[in-house]
Design a protein around this ligand. Sequence first.
Ligand SMILES: CC(C)(COP(=O)(O)OP(=O)(O)OC[C@H]1O[C@@H](n2cnc3c(N)ncnc32)[C@H](O)[C@@H]1OP(=O)(O)O)[C@@H](O)C(=O)NCCC(=O)NCCS
Length: 212
Amino acid sequence: MLYEVNHIENFYITNTKYWSFYPNMFQTIAEIHLHTFKGFFLSSLGKKFLTEFYKNIYWDNSGMLLVCRKDEEIVGFVAGSLEPAGFYTRILKKRLLFFALYALPALIKQPKIFSRLLSAFRKPGDEPNDPDAAKLMSIAVQEEYQGYGLGKLLVEAFITECKKHGKKIILLETDAVDNDAVNCFYQNMGFQLSKAYQTSEARKMNAYRFNL
Ligand SMILES: CC(C)(COP(=O)(O)OP(=O)(O)OC[C@H]1O[C@@H](n2cnc3c(N)ncnc32)[C@H](O)[C@@H]1OP(=O)(O)O)[C@@H](O)C(=O)NCCC(=O)NCCS
């Protein structure tokens, strides 16, 4: 499936499930993640870990990985799952050794992040069990292309794909503090704040839902 973006020349939103394989796609996505999520926990685990993470989203039957392309260059992406319940358990079962191996350099540098990593991997229990729910896990647009409507197009394409698969709601979480732009972005797109909560690491989060 190819979504042509009419109002910005040469920008396309593409569902990677229907796209002939693009060399280094996962590394490119990991690089965009590293540049746009500076200082975030997942970024601290490094490019190899992130590459493995996005690869597993693509491989999982429920995974949704849409990219925004300018000609052949990937300039943004949105990732999620149509079956978020058990998602982390599924990917860990398959690739635990790889995740552990790729997280190792970061763990050696900062042993403190071990408990954080463990709690992130215990996340399966936190994932919604509602069969009608899809989860938007991550979205980013390369800095030089931000503010041109590409993020909006990615979310719209994600919504379209979720509808096609019969989903009724999309859930997501984002930081509540020092993150006004992203909270405004989701609210502008019609996401409604459903819960404000604090993680075990005292990180304040906002949970949003979008009714399809
Ligand atoms: C969040 C992100 C994906 C948005 O992509 P983008 O291409 O810059 O956003 P768009 O240009 O499509 O903007 C879409 C809407 O959000 C709003 N918006 C975007 N940035 C905003 C900001 N800084 N403040 C307020 N509103 C903003 C715009 O008003 C726009 O609505 P409009 O069309 O009615 O004007 C992008 O900024 C990004 O990659 N950020 C870093 C990664 C990140 O934090 N991801 C989200 C983590 S959960």
